[in-house]
Design a protein around this ligand. Structure first.
Ligand code: SF4
Ligand code: SF4
Length: 184
């Protein structure tokens, strides 16, 4: 072996020996789950207002913004007898295909009502394709405590603008301005 090759080998073992005495970085998942960064892009969530109505208005902006074509939305009209969201429309069908999603977050930036956000949940592995297409049953946020599941009417005396401006503050749909008036 030439002198230079011998030096190369010694240098290579030098890296090995210095690494042997470093603290191991192995994560013991799934026995130990390390919290994600606070703004980690995990599973999406379709949010609700405080009275249980859905924030999604079925506009499809999230689907158009998605570079991976992972979102499918079908909007439908609310009626006074069957209302799922404030305003004219709601998301009747909402699906995210997690075989396609790259977690970029462009969809949540595009959403005009903050209906769509991302959680820190990441354990979405499965053994078949169809279970990785999440529908409203998996994506909708839980009902706030005391709120009624849609369909139901908007809060008495409220407009859709009250919802978009964040004036609906309780499970019964109490308007912020009414609460302020009651305190005066
Ligand atoms: S995070 Fe990105 S890839 Fe995933 S659904 Fe949203 S826009 Fe599409
Ligand atoms: S999640 Fe937001 S952007 Fe997507 S359809 Fe619903 S309201 Fe529109």
């Amino acid at each position: 072996m030439s002198r230079f090759k011998l030096l190369d080998a010694v240098a290579g073992f030098g890296v090995t020996f210095s690494t042997m005495f470093k603290k191991p970085m192995t994560e013991q998942y799934p026995d130990v789950k390390i919290p994600t960064a606070p703004r980690y892009h995990g599973r999406h969530q379709l949010n609700r207002y405080a009275d249980g109505l859905e924030k999604c208005i079925g506009c499809e902006l999230c689907a158009w913004a998605c570079p991976a074509d992972a979102i499918y939305v079908e909007g439908a009209d609310n009626t006074e007898g069957e209302r799922f969201s404030p305003g004219e429309r709601y998301g009747r069908v909402y699906q995210i295909n997690y075989l396609r999603c790259i977690g970029c977050g462009l969809c949540i930036e595009a959403c005009p009502t903050r209906a769509l956000t991302m959680t820190n949940y990441y354990e979405m592995a499965d053994d078949n394709r169809s279970d990785l297409i999440y529908g409203k049953d998996k994506l909708l946020a839980p009902l706030p405590s005391g709120a009624q599941a849609p369909p139901h009417a908007m809060a008495a005396g409220s407009t859709d603008e009250d919802y978009y401006r964040g004036n609906i503050i309780g499970p019964g749909g109490l308007l912020e301005r009414q609460a302020k008036e009651a305190l005066q």
